[in-house]
Design a protein around this ligand. Structure first.
Ligand SMILES: Nc1ncnc2c1ncn2[C@@H]1O[C@H](COP(=O)(O)OP(=O)(O)O)[C@@H](O)[C@H]1O
Ligand SMILES: NC(=O)OP(=O)(O)O
Length: 310
């Protein structure tokens, strides 16, 4: 039987600017097409931090030129980022598959993800979006009402609320397309954050973490494996120190111990490990792989990467 996998693509698979994105998606599509050729049924999710920040900044700047222009909600900017990235990614993947003689349609689904309006994350913005800033630019933007934090010595970045995903509105559509043998791109940028108001879905100002949203999607699709693709081949403890130790496997217990010891950086590796743990512990037999895009096929073949198993 074919194996179902959900891939979560990190920032290095997409680039930050349009030129970088157009180049990166070609490269990324080759790695995804390799997995499709190997016989995996694939659903792809992706991040949007740089892109959603760029879109939001563009509307803010335009608002200064045209005072009649209405405020553009962050939820709408997430929707735009899904289309902006999905358009390039689905075309690159479609072309790569055709070049290999594989005829499969690739579809990006505008995906809404339900969050809890009472989620404490709304009171404590943590998700970095947009470009890095200098200390002076950070001050100017703080005066405009943005929350800006210093990011691990790399500069300053705007942060926004990042509530936990509770439900995926379009999950049945994703399931149907997957069962029909199509390649689906869904939960882009963690999904458009919405809250339910009866039959109405109201967009809210936040950016959901794509690792948490794609872990939830993998659980709802009953995927065999959840695969988090980032810039490192494995997860490490004592990361970035001379004692750094790459890990091939994390059990639920060892992962919890390393989390308590603060081995995984908040805002980068920690959400990946937590999202991976959530999938691996949701049903016996489910496994999460964290590795790089280049090593995805080797990782799935059990040759590398960090596997999280229950
Ligand atoms: N313990 C760790 N093990 C491995 N990488 C880590 C660790 N802590 C932090 N990192 C860093 O986290 C990065 C992944 O986070 P990030 O770049 O935010 O993800 P994304 O690929 O989704 O954009 C890795 O490339 C690495 O530089
Ligand atoms: N939404 C999201 O998690 O984006 P990044 O992966 O780019 O941070």
């Amino acid at each position: 039987m074919k194996k179902k996998i959900v891939l979560a693509l990190g920032g290095n698979a997409l680039g930050s600017t349009l030129k970088e994105q157009m180049d990166a998606v070609k490269y990324t599509s080759k790695a995804i097409a390799d997995l499709i050729e190997e016989g995996y049924d694939v659903v792809v999710a992706h991040g949007n931090g740089p892109q959603v920040g760029m879109i939001n900044n563009a509307f803010t700047e335009y608002g200064k030129v045209d005072s009649k222009f209405p405020y553009m909600p962050l939820s709408m900017c997430v929707a735009m980022s899904q289309a902006y990235i999905g358009y390039d990614l689905q075309n690159a993947l479609r072309e790569e598959l055709l070049n290999r003689g594989i005829k499969k349609s690739v579809t990006s689904i505008i995906t809404q993800v339900v969050v809890d309006e009472e989620d404490p994350a709304f009171e404590r913005p943590t998700k970095p979006i947009g470009p890095f800033m200098t200390a002076d630019e950070a001050e100017v933007n703080r005066a405009r009402g943005m929350v800006v934090v210093e990011d691990s010595g790399r500069g300053y970045r705007r942060v926004v609320a990042s509530p936990k995903p509770q439900d995926i509105v379009e999950i049945d559509t994703v399931k149907s397309l997957l069962e029909a043998g199509e390649i689906v791109i869904a939960c882009g940028g963690g999904g458009i954050p919405v809250v339910r108001e009866g039959n109405h879905l109201k967009g809210v100002g936040a950016v959901i973490d794509k690792d948490f949203a794609s872990s939830l999607m993998a659980q709802k699709l009953d995927a065999d494996s959840f695969v988090v693709l980032t810039a490192v081949e494995k997860v490490a403890i004592k990361f970035g120190t001379p004692e750094q130790e790459w890990l091939s496997e994390l059990t639920l217990d060892t992962a919890k111990k390393h989390i308590e010891n603060k081995e995984f950086a908040e805002g980068s590796m920690l959400p990946k490990v937590l999202a991976g743990l959530s999938f691996a512990s949701s049903k016996p037999g489910r496994k999460t792989l964290i590795t790089s895009l280049e090593k995805a096929a080797d990782g799935l073949a059990g040759k590398t990467g960090t596997w999280i198993k229950s």
